[in-house]
Design a protein around this ligand. Structure first.
Ligand SMILES: [Ca+2]
Length: 340
């Protein structure tokens, strides 16, 4: 009986122990639950936040880089600008230097002129200046020469084109000076020697007492250039109405002065042309009008846009026809025997 009781007690104790163990394990299960869905999402969220942070960091970096790049570009542009300004200053300095140099040379030349001389070394045009080693293009003062009966005269010398030595007798390029002028103006000359001007028929007559050639340079509004050269060029005196004589054309502009050969000079107050009409008034310039024009280099300066609508512009029919007014013209003379 006692043994049976003992067995029962052992069983009960075992059962109690088992129950306790099960309860403990159940508690344990409650304390350490399996990873839940919530925990997984937290991790993903945190990762997402990290990614977002990284992305914004990267964006910030890229923005900074762009700003840096723009700063660099700005700096380069600033440097470029400074460079250009510097270049402009250098160019200006060079121009001033050349002007001063020119003046000094002219002064030297004048002191040279005051010394006794013979006609052979007289300075009466840009070609004689050139042979005395004045080889910079620009404004020169030709001294008075009583031996030759030449007055003091400001001229512009082209010392570069085709060997240099050219005395410029006409220029159109700015367009503010009117060329619709009377006889006296064309006789003595008008305008500015560095801008638009007519040297004067008396001066051209004097310059071409020696066998001379004429060079005409033209530029259109598209920036293209042409030229016409005449191996022979001279004018009659005032009594002969500065009659034009030219010959021996060469060039690529066409011979649009031939039609004016052997004609007198006409102005708005002196109709010496070969026409019933008054060509100088019709074409608004002073020129060797025939009846009336194949060229009109002293016509009206028309600007781009207006330059194809009129018949009284600066025309050279052999290149652009009768209604195209050119952008730039230069007429220059040089002695035939000139050697650069
Ligand atoms: Ca007439």
């Amino acid at each position: 009986m006692a043994k049976a009781n003992l067995n029962l007690v052992t069983l009960v104790v075992t059962l109690l122990l088992l129950a306790e163990t099960w309860a403990q394990s159940a508690r344990k299960r409650q304390v350490n639950p399996k990873p839940t869905k919530t925990q997984c999402c937290d991790e993903v969220r945190s990762l997402k936040i990290q990614v977002a942070n990284l992305t914004s960091l990267l964006e910030e970096l890229s923005r900074k880089q762009q700003t840096d790049m723009m700063n660099v570009v700005r700096q380069i542009m600033d440097l470029d600008k400074q460079n250009r300004l510097q270049e402009d200053r250098v160019t200006e300095a060079e121009m001033r230097y050349s002007e001063i140099h020119n003046r000094v040379e002219i002064m030297q030349l004048q002191s040279l002129q005051s010394a006794p001389q013979t006609s052979s070394d007289a300075i009466y045009d840009c070609a004689s200046l050139y042979t005395k080693n004045y080889k910079i293009s620009g404004e020169y003062k030709l001294p008075k020469d009583e031996f030759l009966g030449a007055p003091e005269l400001n001229v512009f010398c082209d010392m570069e084109t085709n060997g240099g030595g050219w005395t410029v007798i006409q220029r159109r390029k700015i367009g503010l000076t009117s060329f619709n002028r009377d006889w006296k103006h064309y006789k003595n000359g008008f305008g500015s020697i560095r801008g638009d001007f007519w040297l004067g028929n008396d001066h051209i007559f004097r310059l071409t007492r020696q066998p001379s050639m004429l060079r005409i340079e033209l530029e259109d509004w598209e920036g293209e250039t042409r030229f016409a050269e005449y191996g022979f060029f001279t004018l009659g005196n005032e009594l002969n109405s500065y009659k034009l004589f030219i010959a021996n054309y060469s060039g690529n502009a066409g011979d649009s002065l031939r039609y004016h050969n052997n004609t007198n000079f006409s102005t708005n107050n002196k109709d010496n042309d070969k026409c019933v009409d008054d060509c100088a008034s019709l074409r608004k310039g002073g020129y060797w009008y025939n009846c009336c024009t194949d060229s009109n280099l002293n016509g009206v300066f028309y600007r781009y846009g207006e330059h194809t609508k009129n018949t009284d512009g600066i025309t050279w029919y052999g290149w652009h026809g009768s209604t195209y007014s050119l952008k730039k013209v230069e007429m220059k003379v040089r002695p035939v025997g000139f050697q650069p």
